[in-house]
Design a protein around this ligand. Structure first.
Ligand SMILES: Cc1ncc(COP(=O)(O)O)c(C=O)c1O
Length: 439
C-alpha cells in the first residue's frame, strides 16, 4: 500500500485565532491542557461522530474525544434532542425536578457502590466533596494518594501528579512531592501523603503506621492519566481490606473509567466496591455534570447536613437531559463489546505496525482506552516506570498522526467511542504505520 503523505494540513487560521485569543484569554485557552495540541492550541468548528473539524477546514479522526467525555462520539442526535427539549422547559430552577431523581435512580441501579449521591459540575469538585465526606465521617484529616494520579486541579490534589525525573522522586517509601502549579496554598501539602501506585506492601506498611490520621485512600482504579496502567490483581482488593481494617474511606476516582470500562465502572469490572466514588466525563457526552456516589453510611453526612455540598449550577435541566439520554443510548445499544473489540484491534494493529517498522512502541490499557509510549524498558507498573519513556519520540508520533488527520491526546492516550467504525480503526492503523516509518 502507498505511504500516506502528510495531508496538506495547515494551521494558519488557528494560529491567527490563537494570536487574537491571547489578547483576552490567558494563554489563549480556557483549560491548561488545551495549550498542548499540535502544533499549538487549535480552534475547532464542529464535531460529528468520530470526526472533528477545525477552522482551517482540516478533518480529524478523533481519538481524543474531548479528553474522554464523548463516549458516544460527537453530537449524538439523541443527546442533542434531549438537551433541546429539556432546555425549552427551563434551564435551572434553584429547586428540584423529576429528571434529577430519574438520573440518580439510574446511577444507583448501575453503579455497585451507589446508594446515595449528589450531582456536581465536574470531576474536580466531586473529588473535593468525597474527601470532605471522608474527613467528616472518620474525624481524621489526611488522605493517601498515588504518584502520577490526577484528581483535578484544585490545591490539595495538584501535587504529586508529575515529577522532573525518577531521581528527583527519591525513595519509594518517602517520595519527594512536586507541586503542579505555583500559588498552591502551602498548607494544602499537609493534607495528604503520596506513595508509588500498585505496591500493596508499601501501602500496608504505611497505613499500619499512619492509620490514625488517615481519612481516605484515593486512587484512579486504572492509572489512566499516566500510561493507562492496570492495577495488579491484588492491589485494589488489598486497598479494600486495608480500608475495612482501619475504618478508612476507599475512594475510586472513576472520572475516566466511569461508563467507559462498563456501565458500572471499574468497580464493577474489578469487583471491588469503594465507599465513595466519582463519576464525571462520560456521564453526559460533553455537558458539565459529575456525581459523587457512595454507600449510605458515608453519604448520610451530606444527607443530614453535617457535610455541606452546594452549587448554583448543579443538575440543571440541559445537563441532566444529556446524562439521561447518554445512559439511555448506552443501555439500549450496549456498545461496550464493540469498544473493547475495536480497542484491542487497534492496540494489536499498532503493536504489529511497530514490530514491522522496528519501533519500540509499547501499549498498555484495556481497549476502550489505552496508552502508547516509546520505551525499551519493561511495561511500567507505576508512575516511576513511565519516566523512562521517550517523550520526544512520542511527540513526533502524535504530531505525525495529527498532520495526517488522526487526533490523539498528546501524552499518548487513545479513547474509543461508540461512533468509531471498522474503517476508522483500519485508517488509524494505516496512518500510524506510515508515521512509524518516519520516526
Ligand atoms: C481521574 C480524574 N479525576 C479528576 C479529574 C478532574 O475532572 P474535571 O476536569 O472534570 O474537573 C480528571 C480530569 O481529567 C481525571 O482524569
Amino acid at each position: 500500500m502507498e505511504l500516506s503523505q502528510p495531508k496538506t494540513i495547515t494551521y494558519t487560521e488557528s494560529a491567527a485565532l490563537l494570536e487574537r485569543a491571547r489578547q483576552v484569554l490567558a494563554g489563549g485557552v480556557s483549560s491548561e491542557f488545551r495549550k498542548y495540541n499540535h502544533p499549538h492550541a487549535i480552534f475547532y468548528t464542529h464535531g460529528l461522530g468520530s470526526r472533528i473539524y477545525d477552522v482551517d477546514g482540516n478533518e480529524y479522526l478523533d481519538f481524543t474525544l474531548s479528553q474522554g467525555p464523548l463516549l458516544l462520539g460527537h453530537s449524538h442526535p439523541e443527546v442533542l434532542q434531549a438537551v433541546q427539549e429539556y432546555s425549552e422547559q427551563g434551564q435551572l430552577f434553584a429547586g428540584q425536578h423529576l429528571r434529577e431523581i430519574k438520573l440518580a435512580e439510574k446511577l444507583v441501579q448501575l453503579i455497585p457502590s451507589a446508594e446515595l449521591l449528589r450531582f456536581c459540575l465536574d470531576g474536580s469538585e466531586a473529588v473535593q466533596t468525597a474527601l470532605r465526606v471522608a474527613r467528616a465521617k472518620t474525624g481524621r484529616q489526611k488522605f493517601l494518594r498515588f504518584e502520577g494520579h490526577y484528581h483535578g486541579w484544585l490545591d490539595n490534589v495538584a501535587w504529586g501528579f508529575s515529577a522532573p525525573s525518577l531521581e528527583a522522586l527519591g525513595e519509594r517509601d518517602n517520595p519527594t512531592v512536586f507541586p503542579w502549579s505555583q500559588g498552591l496554598a502551602t498548607n494544602s501539602r499537609d493534607e495528604f501523603s503520596v506513595l508509588p501506585w500498585n505496591d500493596l506492601a508499601l501501602v500496608e506498611e504505611f497505613v499500619a503506621r499512619n492509620h490514625q490520621e488517615l481519612a481516605a485512600i484515593i486512587t484512579e482504579p486504572i492509572m489512566c492519566n499516566n500510561g493507562c496502567i492496570l492495577p495488579e490483581p491484588a492491589f485494589l482488593p488489598g486497598l479494600r481490606n486495608l480500608c475495612d481494617q482501619y475504618g478508612i474511606a476507599l475512594i475510586f476516582d472513576e472520572v475516566i473509567t466511569g461508563f467507559r470500562v462498563g456501565l458500572g465502572g471499574a468497580q464493577q469490572f474489578y469487583d471491588v466496591t469503594p465507599d465513595l466514588s466519582i463519576f464525571a466525563k462520560a456521564l453526559a457526552s460533553g455537558y458539565p455534570i459529575s456525581a459523587v456516589v457512595g454507600k449510605r453510611d458515608w453519604m448520610k453526612r451530606i444527607e443530614d447536613g453535617s457535610v455541606i455540598h452546594a452549587g448554583t449550577m448543579n443538575a440543571g435541566n440541559p445537563t441532566v437531559a444529556a446524562a439521561l439520554a447518554t445512559l439511555k443510548v448506552l443501555e439500549r445499544e450496549q456498545p461496550h463489546q464493540r469498544l473493547y473489540q475495536y480497542g484491542w484491534q487497534l492496540m494489536a494493529g499498532l503493536q504489529q505496525a511497530a514490530a514491522d517498522t522496528g519501533q519500540n512502541l509499547q501499549i498498555q490499557g484495556l481497549g476502550p482506552m489505552f496508552s502508547t509510549v516509546f520505551t525499551d524498558s519493561a511495561p511500567a507498573r507505576d508512575y516511576r516506570g513511565t519516566l523512562a519513556n521517550d517523550k520526544a519520540k512520542l511527540s513526533r508520533f502524535i504530531a505525525g498522526l495529527h498532520n495526517r488527520g488522526v487526533r490523539v491526546i498528546g501524552r499518548g492516550l487513545w479513547y474509543i467511542s461508540a461512533a468509531h467504525t471498522q474503517a476508522d480503526i483500519d485508517q488509524a492503523i494505516q496512518t500510524a504505520t506510515d508515521v512509524l516509518k518516519t520516526l
